[in-house]
Design a protein around this ligand. Structure first.
Ligand SMILES: [Zn+2]
Ligand SMILES: [Zn+2]
Length: 130
């Protein structure tokens, strides 16, 4: 079984996911932008039951009703998004993963909020490269 390992910048939080993620997508919304400080947030959607935290427990910030954003309290790395709309899922930031290059986005959401100077071409499903 494939596993993908990830960690925050300082290594206090380490986790792994079993199997392939459900989906991978860019989010252009302004909330994610502020939460991360980055121009776009790329999420890896995983069923919670496939996630194992090996060390550390992320801290939680409730950014809006039903939305829990987790981060490392030591180094500040954003870890994941959990929303009531997707109760069985955790949405990890792609940059945390050792093999982020293998986690190819298939789509993007909130494109109307995309920064106009940012141009991203998400790969079509099924056209996964590599
Ligand atoms: Zn950390
Ligand atoms: Zn967003």
């Amino acid at each position: 079984m494939t596993t993908f390992k990830g960690s925050c910048l300082c290594g206090a939080i380490q986790f792994e996911i079993e199997g392939d993620p459900k989906w991978i997508a860019h989010c252009h919304c302004s909330d994610c932008r502020r939460a991360t400080g980055a121009a776009v947030s790329t999420y890896v959607g995983v069923e919670r039951e496939h996630v194992k935290f090996l060390t550390g427990t992320p801290s939680i910030y409730v950014s809006s009703k039903g939305v829990r954003r987790s981060y490392c309290a030591d180094c500040g790395s954003p870890i994941a998004y959990q929303g009531e709309r997707w109760p069985s899922e955790i949405h990890f930031f792609v940059g945390l993963f050792e093999r982020a290059a293998d986690l190819v986005p298939q789509g993007q959401v909130y494109e109307t909020e995309r920064l106009p100077w940012l141009h991203i071409v998400a790969e079509e499903p099924g056209k996964k490269s590599g």
